[in-house]
Design a binder for this molecule. Structure first.
Ligand SMILES: NC(=O)c1ccc[n+]([C@@H]2O[C@H](COP(=O)([O-])OP(=O)(O)OC[C@H]3O[C@@H](n4cnc5c(N)ncnc54)[C@H](O)[C@@H]3O)[C@@H](O)[C@H]2O)c1
Length: 324
């Protein structure tokens, strides 16, 4: 029997999705990339369009779609705060109705399905580092709730479809990931700092800059997702995928300045509401069950990301929201 599969990647034109599509196409699978281009552009997958085993479908996951596939990676959802707060109701619909629609495909086709969940399900955590057993501390009525609670509801749906309909599900909780093809105006700290440094603009630090984050390079994350899809059927997650090395925002700014050779000044602005002060994955489960851990150090990943930022035309990227 062929090991090659028909694979649907929702949100496949995005930052992580486009790299995932690339990896799966290279492995020889038949890949359908479904996206409404809310936070991405066709150029992310333009190089795949001529491949006979790649297909691009413009579609919104909040609407049903009928496709025949063996595996589904569900990534469709705006991921950066500026993007998901642009239309919070739509964000919640994308997470919840999108999950229902793709789980429906999985049920009909008996396909295996992976949900790209997030460390945001832990909210502003009071446990460090966060293991998967930690249930989180999310403000259900705050500005981040459309994303955090939407992703929590999607996890619930995945587990209920698994229990009720015996769908073969996988849930990965993705922590901060960066790399080439991240949207330069997504408002995330890595893209902000690199863009500001390269343009010689002041580097904006929210708060004192001593809040910490962990940063995982794109290729390591996509490798973790593919491993999770291939994991034994008794390991369905949720599993944390991220880099446990913590860096303060100030340290990150210093590294970006050094690697870009920029003379930008650091400026401080007030912290946004519900911004977590610390976020660090406990990746014991991923190490044990998937033999996975991030391999690319921050300095190396940042250098590759900066190299990519130098090659792009910022005018090509429409800041999709007024909040970037
Ligand atoms: N990058 C990270 O650090 C990170 C962290 C945690 C979780 N995640 C999750 O990983 C997934 C991919 O994130 P990313 O960083 O590549 O973000 P991204 O914004 O680049 O990708 C999301 C993609 O989904 C598409 N999309 C959004 N709404 C849609 C809809 N209604 N119908 C169809 N397509 C839609 C967007 O156009 C985009 O191409 C998301 O689900 C996100 O929540 C990412």
């Amino acid at each position: 029997m062929s090991t090659l599969k028909r694979i649907l990647v929702t949100g496949g034109a995005g930052f992580l999705g486009s790299h995932l599509c690339e990896r799966l196409v290279d492995q020889g699978h038949d890949v359908i990339c479904l996206d409404n281009f809310f936070t991405s552009q066709k150029s992310n997958v333009a190089h795949l369009l001529a491949k006979p085993n790649f297909e691009l479908v413009r579609h919104d996951v909040t609407l049903p779609v009928y496709l025949e596939v063996d595996e589904i990676y569900n990534l469709a959802c705006p991921a950066a705060p500026g993007h998901y707060q642009f239309n919070p109701i739509k964000t919640m619909k994308t997470s919840v109705m999108g999950a229902i629609n793709v789980l429906g495909i999985a049920k009909r086709c008996r396909a295996k399905i992976l949900q790209a969940s997030t460390s945001e399900v832990y909210g502003d955590p009071d446990v460090h580092p966060q293991p998967e057993s930690y249930r989180g501390s999310v403000n259900p009525i705050g500005r981040r709730a459309c994303y955090d609670e939407g992703k929590r509801a999607a996890e619930t749906l995945f587990m209920d479809y698994h229990r009720m309909n015996r769908i073969n599900v996988r849930v990965v909780r993705i922590f901060n990931t960066y790399g080439p093809r991240m949207h330069p105006f997504d408002g995330r700290v890595v893209s902000n700092f690199i863009r500001q440094a390269l343009q010689g603009e002041p580097i904006t630090i929210f708060g004192e800059g001593n809040q910490t984050r962990s940063f995982c390079y794109r290729d390591c994350m996509v490798e973790g997702m593919i491993r999770m899809m291939g994991a034994p059927d008794d390991f369905i997650g949720p599993v944390n995928l991220g880099n446990p090395d913590e860096f303060s925002i100030e340290e990150l700014a210093g590294l970006v300045l050094e690697l870009t050779g920029s003379r930008s000044k650091l400026v401080h602005q007030p912290l946004p509401a519900d911004d977590p002060t610390q976020r660090q994955p406990d990746i014991t489960l991923a190490r044990e069950h998937l033999g996975w851990e991030p391999r690319v150090p921050l300095r190396e990943g940042l250098a590759k990301t900066i190299e990519w930022f130098r090659t792009i035309d910022l005018g090509h990227y429409r800041p999709p929201t007024p909040n970037y």
